[in-house]
Design a binder for this molecule. Structure first.
Ligand SMILES: C[S@@+](CC[C@H](N)C(=O)[O-])C[C@H]1O[C@@H](n2cnc3c(N)ncnc32)[C@H](O)[C@@H]1O
Length: 226
């Protein structure tokens, strides 16, 4: 799943050239400092579209096609890590890393798939990109690479449910809660089996995607128009 796809990558469709280094609007503020952003391991398009709405040039990348129209590279993210991004948000697979699957760890270590998954995470964290956020559930990344910078929950961002999500951050501040709501059901955890279960479980919560874009998509140079 994480190896080089071996497939011919799908054509990369860039957004309007004017998005790069152009004028972007942030509420009442305007800026020329728009960013080139990579959303790695995302098929849903949720984080990509949240940052795009802020005026940035944003590409998602996944081995799978994007579920919503938008700038998307279907292929191995390692093909595009050196393409001059200002910011990357990544959602690498947790299948071989999440502590919820600890009973399978011995087999995963013996087969080498766990180390392969860790190497993939390390490659993403080491990418030559100034600002990086990597998200994963509670996983052995904490003990084998480093502890996360913060742990967020959907209920901090307007969704009344629980799903502990760790964030490893480089050059970015911790995400601030935007809408703390009642409700602490582990809805995701209790989802019935089905072919799309893993997809539904892995999609980023909209409130979290919006918070990332609102808080991390704000450029450093801003000015107010009279
Ligand atoms: C946990 S899911 C993340 C889903 C994401 N939160 C979303 O909303 O679309 C992990 C994704 O990583 C993708 N993936 C795995 N290895 C990859 C690679 N080498 N390059 C790009 N994507 C990869 C998988 O196809 C899968 O969709």
């Amino acid at each position: 799943m994480q190896g080089k796809s071996g497939k011919q990558p799908a054509t990369i469709t860039p957004p309007l050239a004017s998005h790069c280094g152009g004028l972007a609007r942030f509420g009442g503020l305007f800026s020329y400092n728009t960013m080139k952003i990579l959303i790695a391991c995302e098929f849903s398009g949720k984080v990509r579209d949240a940052f795009s709405a802020q005026g940035h040039a944003v590409m998602s990348c996944d081995l799978l096609p994007t579920e919503r129209p938008g700038w998307h590279y279907q292929g191995d993210v390692r093909d595009v890590l050196n393409d001059g991004w200002d910011l990357m948000v990544c959602h690498p697979p947790c299948t071989h890393l999440a502590v919820s699957g600890a009973r399978h760890f011995a087999a995963k270590q013996a087969s080498g798939v766990q180390q392969e998954a860790l190497d993939f995470v390390q490659t993403l964290l080491d990418a030559p990109i100034e600002k990086i956020a990597l998200e994963n559930p509670i996983s052995i990344i904490s003990s084998r690479i480093r502890k996360p910078d913060q742990i967020i929950q959907p209920w901090m961002f307007g969704h009344g449910e629980t799903k502990a999500t760790c964030l490893w951050l480089k050059g970015l501040p911790p995400l601030l809660p935007t809408d703390i709501v009642d409700g602490r059901k582990p809805r995701i955890h209790m989802m019935p089996p089905g072919p799309d279960r893993w997809k539904l479980r892995s999609e980023t919560f909209q409130g979290v995607a919006d918070a990332m874009a609102a808080q991390w998509g704000v450029p450093e140079l801003e000015f107010e128009l009279a």
